[in-house]
Design a protein around this ligand. Structure first.
Ligand code: CO
Length: 221
């Protein structure tokens, strides 16, 4: 039996057509990317198939460095995430790092409800820590909107985690120009929302964090 099923063959067919079209429209596009990548942006997002970093920001190959995992979590002991962030900040010198959550995140929902889904339960425990830290805030929100609120709180907390990493702390100490942002993407409308937790240096994180958490509590729903 041919190991290439029709659906996989289609992917290769689309790929050849895409590469040919890119080269026809902009000769030298691919060879120009061979020497180096110089992305200005690093995207830390959820693995969810409905949240394609390049597509929804109009960024092309070479323009955004991407790290994705279940529910866009950045843990201080996660060498995968930290190595990726370090490469982006220290080698590629990206100017913006964005942590991007999304409404309707099934990882966040599972964490909120304490659902058992398997190995990922241990990963989602980090989001349950976020939930527990803000339990009274969450309790004050109508049940149908609690998942959206936890998505937003999780983004704010993960921005803090990235800001407190040695990579960003050292970059800012060196005076490197790199900003950290927290966004939430709506899979229902395709729009990005800025959580207003843009961090540009070693100072001022605390009041911004408080204001952002407060805005989640007071958001009209
Ligand atoms: Co998700």
């Amino acid at each position: 039996m041919d190991p290439m099923t029709t659906s996989i063959k289609n992917l290769f067919a689309h790929n050849r057509a895409w590469a040919a079209q890119m080269e026809a429209e902009r000769p030298g596009f691919f060879t120009g990317l061979v020497q180096q990548q110089t992305p200005k942006y690093m995207w830390i997002g959820c693995s969810d198939s409905r949240v394609p970093a390049n597509l929804l920001t109009g960024l092309e190959p070479g323009e955004v460095f991407v790290h994705r995992n279940v529910a866009n979590v950045v843990v201080h002991s996660d060498l995968n995430a930290l190595s990726t962030i370090q490469f982006a900040v220290e080698r590629l010198k990206v100017e913006h790092v964005m942590v991007v959550g999304h409404f309707g995140c099934s990882g966040v929902r599972a964490a909120l409800e304490g659902a058992r889904i398997g190995l990922a339960d241990n990963w989602l425990r980090h989001i349950q820590d976020v939930r527990d830290r803000h339990q009274s805030l969450i309790n004050g929100i109508a049940e149908e909107f609690r998942c959206d609120a936890l998505v937003q709180l999780n983004v704010i907390e993960q921005v803090v985690n990235v800001a407190q990493s040695t990579v960003l702390q050292d970059a800012w100490s060196r005076g490197q120009n790199v900003s950290l942002h927290g966004w939430v993407y709506g899979i229902h409308d395709g729009l990005l929302q800025d959580m207003r937790v843009t961090v540009t240096g070693n100072n001022g994180l605390e009041p911004m964090y408080r204001a952002a958490i407060d805005s989640v509590a007071k958001a009209p729903r």
